[in-house]
Design a protein around this ligand. Structure first.
Ligand code: MG
Length: 280
Protein backbone atom coordinates (compact mmCIF):
# COMPACT_ATOMS: atom_id res chain seq x y z
CA UNK A 1 0.00 0.00 0.00
CA UNK A 2 1.28 3.51 -0.78
CA UNK A 3 2.01 5.77 2.20
CA UNK A 4 -0.85 7.93 3.54
CA UNK A 5 -3.71 6.36 1.55
CA UNK A 6 -7.06 7.98 2.16
CA UNK A 7 -9.51 6.12 4.37
CA UNK A 8 -13.12 6.36 5.49
CA UNK A 9 -14.84 5.33 8.71
CA UNK A 10 -17.49 2.85 7.57
CA UNK A 11 -20.38 1.51 9.65
CA UNK A 12 -21.68 -1.84 8.39
CA UNK A 13 -25.39 -1.13 8.90
CA UNK A 14 -28.12 -1.29 6.24
CA UNK A 15 -26.33 1.51 4.32
CA UNK A 16 -23.07 -0.45 4.03
CA UNK A 17 -23.29 -0.84 0.26
CA UNK A 18 -23.95 2.88 -0.29
CA UNK A 19 -20.97 3.74 1.91
CA UNK A 20 -18.73 1.33 0.05
CA UNK A 21 -19.96 2.74 -3.25
CA UNK A 22 -19.04 6.23 -2.00
CA UNK A 23 -15.55 5.08 -1.02
CA UNK A 24 -15.16 3.42 -4.39
CA UNK A 25 -16.38 6.43 -6.33
CA UNK A 26 -14.06 8.77 -4.43
CA UNK A 27 -11.09 6.44 -4.87
CA UNK A 28 -10.70 5.78 -1.14
CA UNK A 29 -8.77 2.50 -0.78
CA UNK A 30 -8.90 1.89 3.01
CA UNK A 31 -11.41 1.97 5.87
CA UNK A 32 -11.84 1.83 9.60
CA UNK A 33 -14.86 -0.35 10.26
CA UNK A 34 -17.17 -1.42 13.03
CA UNK A 35 -17.80 -5.18 13.17
CA UNK A 36 -20.91 -6.58 11.50
CA UNK A 37 -23.61 -7.14 14.13
CA UNK A 38 -23.69 -10.40 16.07
CA UNK A 39 -26.21 -11.98 13.69
CA UNK A 40 -23.97 -11.46 10.66
CA UNK A 41 -20.87 -13.05 12.15
CA UNK A 42 -21.36 -16.58 10.84
CA UNK A 43 -18.61 -17.84 8.53
CA UNK A 44 -20.93 -17.10 5.60
CA UNK A 45 -21.82 -13.62 6.93
CA UNK A 46 -18.17 -12.70 7.34
CA UNK A 47 -17.31 -14.07 3.89
CA UNK A 48 -19.92 -11.88 2.23
CA UNK A 49 -18.83 -8.82 4.27
CA UNK A 50 -15.25 -9.40 3.20
CA UNK A 51 -16.35 -9.86 -0.40
CA UNK A 52 -18.31 -6.57 -0.34
CA UNK A 53 -15.19 -4.73 0.87
CA UNK A 54 -13.04 -6.42 -1.76
CA UNK A 55 -15.51 -5.67 -4.55
CA UNK A 56 -15.41 -1.99 -3.57
CA UNK A 57 -11.61 -2.02 -3.54
CA UNK A 58 -11.57 -1.05 0.14
CA UNK A 59 -9.06 -2.59 2.54
CA UNK A 60 -10.12 -2.50 6.20
CA UNK A 61 -7.13 -1.38 8.28
CA UNK A 62 -8.69 -1.03 11.75
CA UNK A 63 -11.76 -2.57 13.42
CA UNK A 64 -13.34 -0.54 16.20
CA UNK A 65 -15.20 -1.91 19.20
CA UNK A 66 -18.53 -0.35 20.08
CA UNK A 67 -20.61 -1.50 23.04
CA UNK A 68 -24.30 -1.55 23.78
CA UNK A 69 -25.18 1.13 26.33
CA UNK A 70 -22.50 3.60 25.26
CA UNK A 71 -23.74 7.16 24.81
CA UNK A 72 -21.87 10.23 23.60
CA UNK A 73 -24.72 12.59 24.48
CA UNK A 74 -22.77 14.76 26.92
CA UNK A 75 -19.29 14.59 28.44
CA UNK A 76 -20.61 13.41 31.86
CA UNK A 77 -22.63 10.67 30.13
CA UNK A 78 -19.54 9.55 28.19
CA UNK A 79 -17.75 9.30 31.51
CA UNK A 80 -20.43 6.97 32.83
CA UNK A 81 -21.08 4.83 29.77
CA UNK A 82 -18.13 4.59 27.36
CA UNK A 83 -15.49 1.92 27.02
CA UNK A 84 -13.88 -0.37 29.56
CA UNK A 85 -13.85 2.16 32.40
CA UNK A 86 -17.41 1.78 33.80
CA UNK A 87 -17.07 -1.02 36.33
CA UNK A 88 -20.53 -2.63 36.01
CA UNK A 89 -20.05 -3.51 32.35
CA UNK A 90 -16.27 -3.93 32.33
CA UNK A 91 -15.86 -7.69 32.35
CA UNK A 92 -18.75 -8.32 29.93
CA UNK A 93 -17.37 -5.70 27.54
CA UNK A 94 -13.87 -7.18 27.79
CA UNK A 95 -15.32 -10.48 26.56
CA UNK A 96 -17.20 -8.69 23.76
CA UNK A 97 -14.04 -6.85 22.72
CA UNK A 98 -12.17 -10.17 22.56
CA UNK A 99 -14.90 -11.53 20.24
CA UNK A 100 -14.55 -8.40 18.08
CA UNK A 101 -10.81 -9.02 17.90
CA UNK A 102 -11.64 -12.55 16.71
CA UNK A 103 -13.96 -11.13 14.03
CA UNK A 104 -11.17 -8.77 12.94
CA UNK A 105 -8.81 -11.74 12.74
CA UNK A 106 -11.30 -13.70 10.61
CA UNK A 107 -11.47 -10.70 8.24
CA UNK A 108 -7.67 -10.31 8.30
CA UNK A 109 -7.89 -6.82 9.79
CA UNK A 110 -4.54 -6.19 11.50
CA UNK A 111 -5.77 -3.82 14.25
CA UNK A 112 -8.53 -3.80 16.87
CA UNK A 113 -9.23 -0.38 18.41
CA UNK A 114 -11.43 1.25 21.01
CA UNK A 115 -12.09 4.16 23.31
CA UNK A 116 -11.00 2.91 26.73
CA UNK A 117 -13.15 5.65 28.29
CA UNK A 118 -12.16 8.23 30.90
CA UNK A 119 -8.90 6.73 32.20
CA UNK A 120 -8.49 8.03 35.75
CA UNK A 121 -5.35 10.04 36.42
CA UNK A 122 -5.13 8.82 40.03
CA UNK A 123 -2.49 6.22 39.15
CA UNK A 124 -2.15 4.63 42.57
CA UNK A 125 -5.81 3.65 42.92
CA UNK A 126 -7.30 0.17 42.70
CA UNK A 127 -9.59 1.34 39.93
CA UNK A 128 -6.69 2.50 37.73
CA UNK A 129 -4.89 -0.81 38.34
CA UNK A 130 -7.99 -2.76 37.34
CA UNK A 131 -8.34 -0.78 34.09
CA UNK A 132 -4.67 -1.43 33.24
CA UNK A 133 -5.28 -5.12 33.89
CA UNK A 134 -8.45 -5.19 31.73
CA UNK A 135 -6.91 -3.41 28.75
CA UNK A 136 -3.79 -5.56 29.18
CA UNK A 137 -5.93 -8.68 28.90
CA UNK A 138 -7.48 -7.35 25.69
CA UNK A 139 -4.03 -6.46 24.31
CA UNK A 140 -2.84 -10.00 25.03
CA UNK A 141 -5.88 -11.44 23.27
CA UNK A 142 -5.11 -9.22 20.24
CA UNK A 143 -1.46 -10.35 20.35
CA UNK A 144 -2.60 -13.98 20.24
CA UNK A 145 -4.58 -12.99 17.11
CA UNK A 146 -1.41 -11.41 15.71
CA UNK A 147 -2.98 -7.96 15.97
CA UNK A 148 -2.30 -4.50 17.28
CA UNK A 149 -4.60 -2.83 19.77
CA UNK A 150 -5.04 0.91 19.16
CA UNK A 151 -6.41 3.19 21.88
CA UNK A 152 -8.27 6.22 20.54
CA UNK A 153 -7.34 9.58 22.00
CA UNK A 154 -9.70 12.14 23.41
CA UNK A 155 -11.10 11.50 26.83
CA UNK A 156 -7.78 11.77 28.63
CA UNK A 157 -4.84 14.16 28.44
CA UNK A 158 -1.69 13.10 26.62
CA UNK A 159 0.12 12.79 29.95
CA UNK A 160 -2.45 10.29 31.22
CA UNK A 161 -2.44 8.38 27.93
CA UNK A 162 1.36 8.06 27.90
CA UNK A 163 1.42 7.06 31.56
CA UNK A 164 -1.25 4.44 30.87
CA UNK A 165 0.62 3.04 27.85
CA UNK A 166 3.76 2.74 29.90
CA UNK A 167 1.94 0.94 32.71
CA UNK A 168 0.35 -1.40 30.15
CA UNK A 169 3.80 -2.28 28.86
CA UNK A 170 2.44 -4.23 25.90
CA UNK A 171 4.45 -4.09 22.65
CA UNK A 172 1.34 -4.44 20.46
CA UNK A 173 -0.50 -1.39 21.84
CA UNK A 174 -0.41 1.93 19.98
CA UNK A 175 -2.57 5.02 19.46
CA UNK A 176 -5.38 5.93 17.08
CA UNK A 177 -5.04 9.70 17.09
CA UNK A 178 -8.18 11.80 16.62
CA UNK A 179 -7.23 15.50 16.74
CA UNK A 180 -10.84 16.67 16.91
CA UNK A 181 -11.54 14.66 20.04
CA UNK A 182 -8.88 16.56 21.96
CA UNK A 183 -10.72 19.77 21.06
CA UNK A 184 -14.22 18.34 21.61
CA UNK A 185 -13.31 17.06 25.08
CA UNK A 186 -11.03 20.03 25.80
CA UNK A 187 -8.09 17.78 26.73
CA UNK A 188 -5.29 19.65 24.99
CA UNK A 189 -3.70 21.06 21.83
CA UNK A 190 -3.78 18.26 19.25
CA UNK A 191 -0.72 19.39 17.31
CA UNK A 192 1.42 19.45 20.43
CA UNK A 193 -0.05 16.05 21.35
CA UNK A 194 1.09 14.50 18.04
CA UNK A 195 4.65 15.54 18.85
CA UNK A 196 4.40 14.10 22.37
CA UNK A 197 2.92 10.75 21.33
CA UNK A 198 5.24 10.52 18.33
CA UNK A 199 5.71 7.17 16.64
CA UNK A 200 3.17 5.48 18.91
CA UNK A 201 0.58 6.98 16.55
CA UNK A 202 -0.24 4.14 14.17
CA UNK A 203 -3.63 5.25 12.84
CA UNK A 204 -5.55 8.53 12.73
CA UNK A 205 -8.98 10.04 12.27
CA UNK A 206 -9.10 13.10 10.09
CA UNK A 207 -11.85 14.99 11.89
CA UNK A 208 -12.26 18.65 12.79
CA UNK A 209 -13.95 20.55 15.62
CA UNK A 210 -14.24 23.90 17.35
CA UNK A 211 -13.41 24.48 21.01
CA UNK A 212 -16.17 24.64 23.57
CA UNK A 213 -16.57 27.77 25.68
CA UNK A 214 -16.55 25.35 28.65
CA UNK A 215 -13.78 22.87 27.84
CA UNK A 216 -14.01 19.51 29.67
CA UNK A 217 -17.56 20.33 30.78
CA UNK A 218 -19.45 20.78 27.53
CA UNK A 219 -18.70 19.52 24.05
CA UNK A 220 -17.05 21.56 21.39
CA UNK A 221 -18.68 21.18 17.99
CA UNK A 222 -17.65 18.70 15.29
CA UNK A 223 -17.44 20.51 11.92
CA UNK A 224 -16.43 19.62 8.34
CA UNK A 225 -12.75 18.95 7.75
CA UNK A 226 -10.78 22.18 7.38
CA UNK A 227 -13.44 24.39 9.02
CA UNK A 228 -12.49 23.81 12.65
CA UNK A 229 -9.68 24.57 15.07
CA UNK A 230 -7.44 21.56 14.34
CA UNK A 231 -5.56 23.19 11.45
CA UNK A 232 -5.42 20.25 9.06
CA UNK A 233 -2.20 21.23 7.30
CA UNK A 234 -0.41 21.66 10.63
CA UNK A 235 -1.82 18.32 11.75
CA UNK A 236 -0.42 16.55 8.68
CA UNK A 237 2.91 18.36 9.04
CA UNK A 238 3.14 17.16 12.65
CA UNK A 239 2.35 13.62 11.48
CA UNK A 240 5.12 13.94 8.89
CA UNK A 241 7.56 15.06 11.58
CA UNK A 242 6.87 11.93 13.65
CA UNK A 243 7.26 9.67 10.61
CA UNK A 244 3.63 8.66 10.22
CA UNK A 245 2.98 6.61 7.07
CA UNK A 246 -0.48 5.10 7.75
CA UNK A 247 -3.88 5.92 6.26
CA UNK A 248 -5.60 9.31 6.60
CA UNK A 249 -9.05 8.13 7.64
CA UNK A 250 -11.92 10.60 7.37
CA UNK A 251 -14.48 10.45 10.17
CA UNK A 252 -17.58 12.64 9.90
CA UNK A 253 -20.01 11.87 12.68
CA UNK A 254 -23.24 13.03 11.11
CA UNK A 255 -25.51 11.13 8.73
CA UNK A 256 -27.26 11.68 5.41
CA UNK A 257 -26.61 13.91 2.43
CA UNK A 258 -24.62 16.48 4.38
CA UNK A 259 -22.22 13.76 5.55
CA UNK A 260 -21.64 12.73 1.94
CA UNK A 261 -20.96 16.29 0.83
CA UNK A 262 -18.58 16.85 3.75
CA UNK A 263 -16.72 13.62 3.00
CA UNK A 264 -16.28 14.63 -0.65
CA UNK A 265 -14.87 18.01 0.38
CA UNK A 266 -12.68 16.29 2.97
CA UNK A 267 -11.22 13.99 0.34
CA UNK A 268 -10.42 16.96 -1.88
CA UNK A 269 -8.80 18.86 1.00
CA UNK A 270 -6.70 15.89 2.12
CA UNK A 271 -5.48 15.25 -1.43
CA UNK A 272 -4.32 18.88 -1.70
CA UNK A 273 -2.70 18.88 1.72
CA UNK A 274 -1.05 15.52 1.13
CA UNK A 275 0.60 17.00 -1.94
CA UNK A 276 1.68 20.12 -0.01
CA UNK A 277 3.03 18.19 2.94
CA UNK A 278 4.46 14.99 1.50
CA UNK A 279 4.66 15.85 -2.18
CA UNK A 280 2.41 12.87 -2.94
MG1 MG B 1 -12.53 9.19 16.15
Amino acid sequence: MQDHPLGLFIIPDEHLHERLATASRLGIPTAHILPPDRHSRSAEGLRSFKQALQDAGVEPTVMFCGFEGESYETIPIVRETVGLVPRETRSARLEKAKRISDVAAALEVPVTALHVGFIPDAYDTREYGEIVETVGALADHCAANDQWLHLETGQETVETLLHFLEDLGRPNVAVNFDPANMILYGTGDPIEAVRQIGDLIRSVHCKDATWSSKPRVEWGEEVPLGEGDVGMENFLRALKDVGYVGPLTIEREIVGEQQLRDIEKGVQLLRELRTNVWGE
